[in-house]
Design a binder for this molecule. Structure first.
Ligand SMILES: NC(=O)c1ccc[n+]([C@@H]2O[C@H](COP(=O)([O-])OP(=O)(O)OC[C@H]3O[C@@H](n4cnc5c(N)ncnc54)[C@H](O)[C@@H]3O)[C@@H](O)[C@H]2O)c1
Length: 312
């Protein structure tokens, strides 16, 4: 058997934020209508080492797959095994650090393109590492900003210079309060397990996109953000309700009620709007779902010309 293996540098050449965003939109339409499914994350640990697996089935594209990864000293190493379900055989193995970076930023951008108020011009980025930098790039490409305020007390000067050179809008390094008070969109992508800004600073109508921790005992958003939010959008309730600290702790501590939580499948089915009004504060809490990894891996294999089923 000849099994293709794709490395991160190869995937970086094959994929871009826009194409991934459009593919995720199609996968979510299928998830909402029962034509795709999510394999929820499983985690196991031994001492300080964690091993996780998550995946999805996407029959309309002829694929199913699993992303697996150990977490060692806080660092991830992602690998996707993709199956051709028309012929029920392994299709490809993909190193998936680049896929994870791209799909997280593309999903944040897909949600922002629908849930942010039209004409959003000011972005606050809290946590400007790998995911934060990608989110800023992908959002800017789709939405355009007048200014991007970066909050990252530990960022090295050369990393800030590098990020600034990748972005078109002027970048300002500032405090969380300055950044959040002026923002139409706030992205949090830190590794913090405690809130990174005060929800009292949010402007009415703001969209908050929280990408950081997917552990139920950590949270980047405070109670005030959850209290002020009109809705908290999550990817997929069965996983998010168990994993997202904002949801688990917010519900436990009474800052959030369950009626405010909506998932992407409900929105794609038209049961819920992206936002109720221009002044509503909307939160999108992302933990990452495996269907999104599988859809992105499928796109990479298609773009490489190795997918056995031509796109309809
Ligand atoms: N939602 C998803 O699908 C998804 C996917 C991958 C990673 N993640 C999560 O995203 C987070 C970021 O991952 P990464 O790979 O970009 O990490 P990273 O280490 O590259 O970047 C994190 C950045 O946050 C900064 N930071 C830490 N505390 C901060 C604070 N209080 N205020 C502002 N900045 C702060 C750090 O200085 C660092 O630059 C992690 O929690 C990771 O688990 C989520």
């Amino acid at each position: 058997m000849n099994l293709d293996f794709y490395t991160d540098p190869e995937i970086a050449i094959l994929l871009n934020y826009g194409d991934v965003r459009r593919t995720l939109d199609e996968a979510l339409v299928d998830l909402a209508t029962g034509r795709a499914s999510v394999f929820p994350r499983q985690r196991s640990s031994c001492g300080d080492i964690k091993l996780s697996a998550m995946g999805g089935i996407w029959p309309s594209r002829g694929v199913a797959g699993i992303k697996s990864y150990p977490t060692v000293k806080g660092q991830f190493s992602f690998l996707i095994s993709l199956f051709d379900i028309d012929n029920n055989r392994p299709l490809a193995m993909l190193q998936a650090n680049e896929i994870t970076r791209l799909r997280t930023a593309a999903l944040a951008t897909l949600v922002a393109s629908k849930a942010a108020n039209p004409g959003a011009k000011q972005l606050a980025l809290i946590g400007a590492g790998l995911q934060g930098g990608a989110a800023a790039e992908a959002l800017e490409e789709c939405l355009r900003f007048n200014e991007i305020c970066v909050v990252d007390p530990a960022i090295q000067p050369f990393a800030l210079t590098q990020l600034t050179s990748r972005l078109k809008a002027p970048v300002r390094h500032c405090t969380a309060e300055e950044a959040v008070r002026g923002a139409d969109i706030v992205v949090t992508a830190s590794r913090s397990k405690t809130p990174v800004f005060d929800g009292a600073w949010l402007k009415p109508g703001c969209l908050v996109v929280a990408i950081g921790t997917s552990l139920p005992d950590g949270r980047e958003l405070d109670d005030e953000t959850l209290r002020r939010a009109g809705r908290v959008i999550v990817e997929w309730k069965p996983q998010s309700m168990a994993e997202a600290g904002e949801i688990v702790l917010g519900l436990q501590q009474g800052a959030l009620n369950v009626e405010k939580i909506v998932d992407l499948a409900q929105i794609y089915r038209g049961e819920q709007p992206w936002r109720a009004s221009g002044s509503e504060i909307v939160v999108f809490k992302s933990v990452g779902i495996g269907l999104v990894d599988v859809a992105t891996a499928c796109l990479a294999v298609e773009k490489a010309g190795h997918h056995p089923r031509p796109r309809a």
